[in-house]
Design a protein. Structure first.
Length: 528
């Protein structure tokens, strides 16, 4: 990443109140610019090519699906669809009633826009990482995404210009709450056809969200300004949002303290004791898991005894209490507790059992164990966690691992291409259901970077997808997690996250802590 010149950011902030947006909505925004640290350079702005939290923050500014997020609860609220209802014998038919709205270039958005966009996203040749999400709930979508059927097998249709019908695989009680996610986005296919891969560049960009792309200086900043064609522009109060890709958490925190950032999306561990005393520090439980992923194709890691040994050799409690110290919860399972769901038992810290398993696999006291590499994306926190795990494996098992720090895009590329041995990973829930976590390990999942594959696990998730919410469905999902974690050790779970944000809520109104750490820009404004 290029060095961010904080003086330039400060200068920009000083002139913020003199700025106006490029449309008639600017006047009531009071010229308020929001500058936030997005943590890294985005992989892409194309919804069919993104998969990370930094990309999602930008997506919410530039696009809007059928539904959006309630800023307090993160439950679905009307977006392009002003209402919807369920019908069918098992409530499997969702009918959305769309408002009359357009893309930022004035092109109408209709029900057919969603039909065409979703089919484009699901198409095998698109190779969208998150295609498994719509494929898992829409009737016929899985076979189309797998190349086993034609597009007309996907049960979505435009009843008329502003009525969109979706037939689900079953009741799927959480379906609507999934749909603010970018895997259900409308796509400006006319712009994609015209500009190809350059459609996301300033000047070519077309979106339908509260903002449009104004500037993208790679490794420096992305700037968005209000979209005059947005249906709810009366509730857009910001004249500009600027996303900065500052990877160094200390640099970002100092920028926040100096008034050069309005919102810092993370905090440096080494300054946490000081930060906890600040009124602008907001910590809250998060529906998210931090873990290490194994490449199951690796000849050593393919042995489940090795995977279990590595998992049992890490003291998670010490990690969260002595290293992280931010209220995180040590975890032996992958799925965070939610509702009535009880996570899997998992394989807890036990050095004696870990040593026995490693010896049984042919590496007594670590002898003969090959040196392995753990990759992580650039972050002081990820580095400290990796160093802690490295030390644990050395002290408890007698094995050595090499740590490799990678830029965000390179890190994602290596994971997606299965070009790693052990990789740092984190999963923030897209909606509050255990399936959203477990589906990462489906053999058909685009996010299954370690290539875990257990037919019984897949079968249980398919079974759960057509069940009604309740204890019986939870039991099926728990059985699946027991297979994935306790039996097969697909991951080394380390802890459940908490959200850690810096923002002055005496200055900003409309920003709330929530379990998904998702913060829409509509309604966000300066307090009077």
């Amino acid at each position: 990443m290029k060095k961010i010149t904080l003086g330039v950011i400060a200068l920009a902030t000083a002139f913020t109140l003199l700025l106006t947006a490029c449309n008639g909505n600017a006047g009531k925004s009071s010229g308020a610019e929001l500058i936030l640290n997005n943590g890294s350079e985005p992989q892409s702005l194309d919804p069919s090519k993104i998969q990370g939290v930094p990309e999602h923050r930008i997506y919410m500014a530039l696009f809007e699906g059928l539904v959006s997020y309630d800023p307090k609860t993160t439950n679905a609220i009307p977006g392009v669809a002003e209402s919807w209802e369920r019908s069918g014998e098992n409530n499997e038919i969702l009918t959305f009633h769309l408002r009359q709205t357009t893309w930022s270039d004035g092109t109408p958005i209709t029900a057919q826009t969603f039909v065409d966009s979703w089919l484009y996203y699901l198409a095998p040749e698109t190779a969208a990482e998150y295609a498994y999400m719509p494929a898992g709930i829409i009737a016929g979508a899985a076979d189309y995404n797998a190349g086993k059927a034609e597009a007309d097998s996907v049960k979505i249709r435009a009843v008329d210009d502003y009525t969109f019908e979706v037939t689900l695989v079953g009741p799927v009680p959480y379906a609507v709450d999934m749909m603010p996610h970018y895997s259900f986005a409308p796509l400006p296919l006319h712009a994609i056809k015209k500009y190809g891969t350059d459609w996301t560049k300033p000047g070519n960009f077309v979106g339908n969200g509260p903002f449009v792309l104004s500037e993208w200086a790679p490794q420096e900043k992305i700037t968005v300004v209000p979209n005059d064609k947005y249906w709810n522009k009366e509730n857009v109060f910001l004249s500009k949002v600027t996303f900065l890709p500052i990877e160094n958490l200390t640099t970002a925190h100092n920028a926040f303290k100096n008034g050069e950032l309005d919102w810092d999306t993370n905090v440096p561990l080494e300054m946490l004791d000081e930060i906890k005393l600040m009124k602008d520090y907001h910590v809250a439980p998060q529906l998210a898991s931090y873990y290490y992923e194994f490449n199951i194709n690796d000849p050593v890691l393919n042995d489940v005894r090795v995977r279990k040994a590595l998992a049992k050799a890490v003291d998670r409690k010490q990690l969260v209490e002595k290293v992280l110290k931010g209220g995180q919860i040590a975890a032996d399972a992958f799925v965070p507790p939610m509702g009535e769901y009880t996570p899997a038992k998992g394989n807890a810290f036990n050095v004696d059992e870990a040593k026995a398993l490693l010896a049984e696999a042919g590496y007594p006291d670590g002898q003969g164990f090959p040196k392995m590499t753990v990759i992580y994306n650039t972050s002081d926190s990820h580095k400290k966690i990796a160093e802690y795990v490295q030390q644990q494996w050395k002290e408890n098992l007698g094995i050595d691992v090499v740590l490799e720090n990678l830029e965000w895009a390179t890190f994602l590329d290596k994971r997606q291409s299965n070009d790693f041995q052990i990789a740092r990973a984190g999963w923030v829930g897209d909606y509050a259901d255990p399936s959203n976590f477990l589906e990462l390990c489906l053999s058909t999942s685009g996010n299954n970077d370690g290539r875990y594959n257990n037919p019984k696990f897949d079968e249980l998730l398919r079974k759960a997808s057509v069940m009604n919410a309740g204890a019986e469905r939870d039991a099926v999902l728990q059985e699946a997690e027991e297979i994935m974690m306790t039996q097969d050790q697909a991951y080394v779970p380390l802890y459940y996250y908490v959200t850690q944000n810096m923002i002055d809520l005496e200055k900003w109104d409309g920003w709330y802590t929530n379990i998904l750490d998702i913060h829409p820009y509509v309604g966000l404004k300066l307090r009077k």
